[in-house]
Design a protein around this ligand. Structure first.
Ligand code: GAL
Length: 445
């Protein structure tokens, strides 16, 4: 009952945010929020051009807590070096992929108490949630001043921009479709890295017979994360993209097959998944309790930075089955919300976020690569170098779970569909429900 109330509350809050523009469309509130955005736009010109040395408090809001914290700490260190008079409040709310942080953020944004800057994914999570609701300040003057129009890839600029402006500063590029393993363990068990799901099922049977969990899984959002890798593997890149453009129906037999494949895969995962964090699923692989885990390359950051493991020797990686040559990407970014208390300090923070120095301090610890095209790859480990190579040569598609291809309304509804699927394992029903929520949330419109 308690859980149901929580879900209901979140649904109401998120519907309110996602439909922000519509709700406000005829009322004074929209005018107020748009007018506020205008004022801050004028302010931002002033702040950027004045190049003030800021002071005061700067609250940075993210879900990079605990094990996920070292990269952010390194970025803050660079900031402190350049802006020693600013007091940084590193406000983190634990929970992978922002499961908890995003809910708190919504409440604060709606309550008119935004942090000075917050972590948000480039793409629809930013544009389809906060920008359409007039909650972000246009950073175009900053991008021009810093020469960022040339150093960020054009496709990425398109994901953080609209015809009215540029709305956040990307700090990294993460890859979602990666399968992790320990080479020595696979050797010991006589198992090879599967290139397709059919190969996975064969290896998985062998592993299960030995009492090894074939695929480590964690709490609910990691099932969504797995789903996008399975969808890309089963559908291929063209059809995967067609889903988000509204050109492939969710009830198409090809998409139903994604759910059927999920059903099969889930039989090879650990029973206690729902109670584990993503790091605990990685631990299962590291400790030899499980053979594989599909997780974004923050898992490489965790294994190399926190667990002090050596990539290639202590842990290996491959594209998730069926996705070789394809790269599901996502980018974390920071912006300036309308109503932030200390815009001078926020602009200074954003300058560091977008700088080469900041990105090359942050990303080698994070497991991601720099969002800039001019980063110093000699600072990165062998995993990240290989990711950089793939980023430059693979077919790039966007992540669902991490905000690129769909707005938060869809993502929240998708999570509910997944919950239903985990209970009844009915592929056709999940496909039908997805078609309904895609229409409801304007996917492909
Ligand atoms: C993603 C985020 C990553 C990492 C991951 C696990 O959404 O983009 O940077 O934090 O969640 O929490």
């Amino acid at each position: 009952m308690k859980r149901f109330n929580k879900i209901l509350l979140l649904a109401v809050v998120s519907a309110f945010v996602v439909t922000g523009t519509a709700v406000f469309a005829n009322g004074t509130q929209e005018k107020t929020s748009a007018a506020k955005a205008e004022t801050t736009k004028a302010n931002i010109q002033r702040v950027v051009l004045n190049n003030n040395k800021p002071g005061g408090d700067l609250e940075i809001f993210s879900w990079w807590a605990g094990d996920e914290g070292p990269a952010l700490a390194a970025l803050i260190k660079v900031f402190k070096k350049h802006y020693p008079n600013v007091n940084v409040i590193n406000a983190t709310i634990t929970g992978g992929s922002g499961v908890n942080a995003k809910a708190v953020l919504k409440t604060r944004m709606l309550g008119g108490a935004p942090p000075d800057s917050f972590q948000v994914h480039a793409g629809q999570e930013l544009i389809g949630t906060w920008v359409i609701a007039n909650r972000m300040v246009d950073l175009t003057p900053l991008f021009k001043q810093q020469g960022w129009m040339k150093v960020f890839p054009k496709d990425l600029l398109n994901l953080i921009g609209t015809k009215d402006g540029i709305w956040s500063v990307p700090v990294n590029i993460h890859r979602s479709n990666v399968m992790w393993y320990v080479p020595d363990n696979l050797k010991k068990w006589g198992v090879t890295v599967p290139k397709t799901w059919d190969e996975f099922f064969k290896e998985a049977d062998k592993l299960q017979a030995k009492g090894i969990v074939p695929l480590a899984l964690a709490q609910a959002w990691t099932v969504n994360h797995l789903w996008e890798s399975v969808a890309l593997g089963v559908l291929g890149a063209d059809n995967y993209e067609a889903l988000w453009k509204g050109n492939l129906s969710w009830t198409d037999p090809k998409v139903v097959k994604v759910w059927e494949t999920m059903d099969r895969i889930l039989k090879y995962t650990n029973k206690d998944a729902a109670s584990l964090s993503w790091q605990q699923a990685t631990d299962m692989v590291v400790k030899g309790k499980a053979a594989f885990n599909i997780m974004g390359d923050w898992a490489s950051g965790y294994m190399s930075t926190t667990l002090k493991l050596t990539p290639k020797k202590d842990y290996g990686w491959a594209p998730s089955p069926g996705t070789s040559g394809n790269f599901i990407f996502l980018a974390d970014s920071f912006g300036l919300p309308v109503g932030a208390k200390n815009p001078d300090a926020t602009v200074a923070w954003l300058k560091v976020c977008g700088s080469k120095e900041g990105q090359d301090a942050f990303n080698p610890l994070k497991g991601s690569i720099s969002a800039r095209t001019d980063s110093d790859l000699s600072l990165y480990n062998v995993y990240s170098k290989s990711a950089a190579k793939d980023w430059a040569s693979n077919r790039i598609v966007g992540s669902l779970t991490h905000g690129v291809v769909a707005n938060e309304g869809f993502m929240n509804d998708f999570s509910s569909v997944m919950e239903m699927f985990l209970n009844n394992r009915n592929a056709q029903q999940a496909a039908n429900a997805c078609q309904a929520i895609a229409i409801q949330n304007g996917i492909g419109k």
